[in-house]
Design a protein around this ligand. Structure first.
Ligand code: AMP
Length: 275
């Protein structure tokens, strides 16, 4: 991959890059279509990165089907798929990490210790291998996108980071490779994530500004469904991810919910209509 990128750069091509963990869906394909538009050459990585999974998480069972992924990637004009073996990314003596100080101390970083260190490290490695001009990430993983933006800036990586809005199923459920774990019953309960975000947006439009009240409403809506266990419902500053008490300017509502054994996340911006 490093040789191929060197060749492309020497030929004067711009490189657009979409990192993924595979089991591709329309959300990934939206990122790829954006990448197709933004670079001469579109490179996609497929790598289930062990260092971003906790010991009790789904690394071993994460869905995989490279042939299926290659066909889907082909259908949107991907030029190169980079799918390294674990050993090519991490050897036994591996010991260097990229760690951010503040942004991982919120939201998913609290319930997934070490997760964002794994993400920041692997994305740095992928950037160094692929050497993209532009990299495309989904807003579905809002905290991840914020962390990558900060990291690229802090480390002067000279890569343009582009965010793409969340792609949803027709009933609102955010597309995710992990949706494949859901039973029919759980799939119905999973709609409550999107519904609770919509409800909070409506509440804000009706004039409610108190974060606690909005969080309570969302938690009650989600909690009224079977098989769910809320990890967090948070309203925070979209830049720093620090909790806010009131929704005055734009605020981020972010949530993580366990539906059965599957941990799902979603988010939306809450914004009072300016009068
Ligand atoms: P993953 O394979 O889950 O690591 O995701 C790879 C990239 O796809 C990340 O930048 C995700 O934010 C993005 N992504 C995942 N699901 C969606 C979605 N429903 N809509 C938009 N982007 C997504």
């Amino acid at each position: 991959m490093q040789q191929e990128s060197k060749r492309l750069l020497q030929a004067g091509k711009t490189i657009a890059f979409v990192p993924t963990m595979g089991w591709l869906h329309e959300g990934h394909l939206a990122l790829m279509r954006e990448g197709r538009r933004l670079g001469d050459t579109l490179i996609v990585s497929i790598f289930v990165n062990p260092t971003q999974f906790g010991p009790a998480e789904d690394f071993q069972t994460y869905p995989k089907d490279l042939d299926r992924d290659l066909n889907l990637a082909n259908s949107v004009g991907v030029d190169v798929i980079f799918a390294p073996e674990i050993g090519a990314m991490y050897d036994k003596a591996f010991q260097t990490h990229v760690d951010l100080e503040m942004l991982p101390r919120h939201l998913c970083g609290l319930s997934r210790p070490g997760h964002f260190r794994g993400v920041a490290t692997v994305v740095t490695k992928l950037f160094n291998i692929v050497r993209p001009h532009v990299a495309i990430f989904g807003e579905k993983d809002y905290q991840q996108l914020a962390i990558i933006r900060r990291m690229v800036h802090d480390l002067s990586l000279n890569i343009r980071v582009v965010g793409v809005p969340t792609v949803r199923e027709s009933d609102g459920l955010a597309m995710s490779s992990r949706n494949t774990y859901l039973s029919e019953d759980e799939r119905r309960s999973a709609q409550s994530l999107f519904h609770s975000l919509k409800q909070a947006q409506e509440n804000v439009a009706e004039g409610i500004r108190d974060a606690e009240e909005l969080i309570r409403g969302a938690s009650e809506l989600i909690g009224s469904h079977p098989h769910v266990k809320i990890d967090y419902v948070s309203i925070c500053d979209p830049e720093t991810l620090e909790d806010v008490d009131r929704v005055e300017g734009a605020a981020l509502m972010a949530l993580a919910v366990r539906v059965g054994k599957t941990r799902l996340i979603d988010n939306a911006i809450l914004k009072p209509i300016a009068d």
